[in-house]
Design a protein around this ligand. Sequence first.
Ligand code: XIL
Length: 354
Amino acid sequence: MITACALAFVSLASGFQESPKSGSLKEAARNRFKVGVALATDKLTDRQYTSLVIRHFNSVTPENSLKPSSMLVSPGVYNFTESDKFVAFANSRRLEITGHTLVWHEQSPSFLYQDASGNPLSRTVALSNMRNHIHAVVGRYKGKVKGWDVVNEAVADSGGMRQTPAYRAIGPDYVLKAFEYAAEADPNAELYYNDYNIELNYKRPSALNLITSLRTGGAKLTAIGIQGHYNLSSSLNEIKGGIQQYINNGYNIMISELDVDVLPSSGNPYTAGLPSTIQNSLTQWYGNFFTYVATTPQIKRVTFWGLTDGNSWLNNWPISGRTNHPLLFDRNYRPKPAYNEVIRVLGTSSTPIP
Ligand code: XIL
């Protein structure tokens, strides 16, 4: 009795509701879209973490374990310990895997596309390195990974193509080549182009150019991955309008890395928790977003970039060591008001369920 009262008090005092006894994100989404989460491989032995994953999600993305530098230790030499663990975990629980990512300018060994002095390798050598990497990784997990973020972030914020090491060595068709190699290595895998802010007006024209050139070049492009790193001021109207342009061009969409940054550009004001005004804005933001998702059948998956607020990369980016609150579960694995709102809107949405 005393314990129950004490628990109720803690719950009220913290402003959070007790975890509902039943219900989950994936059940609420039904078969309208998949609900995914990015996972850290070193948390897969933590029962509290994995049970929340299994209850709410039917799709997973390794947050880091399938990135080139997590596996490729020196030219031609791989260490697959972490990535194998991740794939085995997800396969044994029947969680669909998104492989993230094959070609990216970050978290990739420089020797793939540059010589020891940092100069671009020849096109031939760089293409061969890219092909070998894609075959090594996609080939190893053939039939086990549902789809790949083949290339990540190829569009520059200033417009046009980002001048990455792969771009400088190979030329603008490096993206098309990466798609060709991935399709060779696993013809049944889904293949995605993944990037941030490509639904926003400033970046969309360049991204649509790139994507059109992939289509013209004959790439297999299953869907466009829109990362979805938002903040409380992100305009849902601009996001919706931008996504609609991709849909109008015949593409399906994956929201591949969703989170909503609640912190100001400097300072660390919410170490003791979110003030209710900000909590309410976050709740509303998520509610509006999922109302949109639930009524847009071309959005096939929404993946959160992290399970709980404590796991989010936004505690360390763009400034390290802060306390951010961007997700649906708090640091104690409890659902936040935004979680309840997402469940509510998914339950009331009038979208026909296929
Ligand atoms: C981030 C991870 O969450 C961090 O753990 C890591 O230190 C850096 O990368 N866009 C992407 C992701 O495509 O791969 C990034 O993930 C977040 C931004």
